[in-house]
Design a protein around this ligand. Structure first.
Ligand code: GDP
Ligand code: MN
Length: 340
């Protein structure tokens, strides 16, 4: 059975009794934000909410990553919003740019087609997601962020994006919750992927599973991503703009081999494989349901979807979302996870 989420006076809140400045009861965890200098306004908005709703009581560090150096001005503004340790890193080039085994002509043609495919992409920003930068970003988030020097000291991370909303007070520590309950991956929204972005992803995953059966546990979460025992992908994925996870999972042997296998196939560039389906498929083939956590109490919005806690959860946590506005059940994959 799922453990009940902890509230005040729970073992996950022991840090509240700690003497000032003693961080020994915190988990080994950090926030991580990938962004550009031009995202400053949206970054400040996200950090301010996270600090006010949660982190000012806890003091977890922040790590900001960028493919270009952060400006002094960016660092000064963001630092002004938190008392916690904060660091700004540049991503090594070899973790970001298209690897040399990618055929640029073929990649360019794939971007061109996707940019033109208006029927499928206008609702979600056709031109932008067709870019090579977007593909670098997806590959970086899939296989590299947890290898950055600034993240190496940490085990748990909470991924935060510029311009998202955190609607509610958080009165417990989700990192120590993850630690004490042996959770590996936490999420709160799950949706369906655009098929045209991942045409050969599932065949590639099946090939990997055939070649590496010893890495795939029997009692995994295949039922979340496939309705026919692994024959086809149902396009479900956890929306990775929100993740609370254990980076040792991504750093481990199984995922490293999985990512390298996908990467060599080139689908990050020849199609538009996203970090959300890649992470979600990995979590589903390698993990048991008990190792994953649905953070239904963390009211959250990333355009164009949100989840808003209901009833007493809303009141107790002073949420600022309309509780009748929630991702439509027909668009959500979470019922599949709940039914596992
Ligand atoms: P979407 O959520 O799929 O629409 O993609 P986003 O535009 O939100 O990008 C996902 C994350 O990557 C966000 O945290 C962005 O700030 C970040 N990001 C996207 N593209 C770039 C880029 O070219 N450089 C940097 N440094 N960050 C990027
Ligand atoms: Mn986003």
């Amino acid at each position: 059975p799922e453990p009940v989420l902890p509230v005040k006076n729970s073992p996950y809140n022991k840090h509240l009794e700690r003497p000032n400045g003693d961080t020994s009861l915190l988990a080994n965890a950090t926030f991580v934000v990938l962004c550009r200098n031009s995202d400053l306004g949206d970054v400040l908005w996200s950090v301010q909410q996270m600090e006010d709703r949660f982190n000012k009581q806890f003091g977890y560090p922040w790590v900001f990553l960028n493919d270009e150096p952060f400006t002094e001005g960016f660092q000064e503004r963001v630092s002004a919003l938190t008392d916690a340790t904060i660091s700004f890193g540049t991503i090594p080039r070899e973790h970001w740019v298209q690897p040399e085994w990618i055929d640029e002509d073929r990649a360019q043609e794939a971007r061109r087609q996707m940019g033109m495919d208006r029927a499928h992409f206008i609702p979600y920003g056709a031109i932008f997601t067709a870019s090579d930068r977007y593909r670098n970003m997806c590959r970086f988030n899939s296989g590299f962020f947890f290898r950055h020097d600034l993240l190496k000291p940490y085990k748990y991370y909470w991924r935060v994006e510029p311009g998202v909303r955190f609607f509610c007070d958080l009165d417990y520590d989700p990192f120590t919750f993850m630690e004490h309950n042996n959770k590996t991956y936490g999420f709160n929204i799950g949706i369906y992927e655009y098929k045209f972005t991942i045409l050969t992803l599932w065949d590639t995953v099946k090939e990997f599973m055939r070649e590496n059966p010893e890495l795939i546990p029997e009692d995994n979460m295949m039922g979340f991503i496939s309705d026919d025992a692994g024959e086809t992908y149902n396009l479900c994925h956890f929306w990775s703009n929100f993740e609370i996870g254990d980076m040792d999972f991504w750093r481990g042997d199984a995922y490293t081999r999985f990512f390298d296998f996908l990467d060599k196939k080139g689908g990050f560039y020849y199609e538009r494989w996203g970090d959300a389906p890649v992470h979600s498929i990995a979590a589903s083939i390698f993990l048991r349901k008990e190792q994953t956590q649905f953070f239904s109490d963390i009211g959250y919005r990333h355009e164009p979807f949100q989840i808003c806690p209901q009833g007493e959860d809303w009141t107790k946590r002073r949420c600022s979302c309309d509780p009748t506005v929630n991702i439509d059940k027909s668009m959500s994959c979470i019922p599949r996870w709940e039914g596992l």
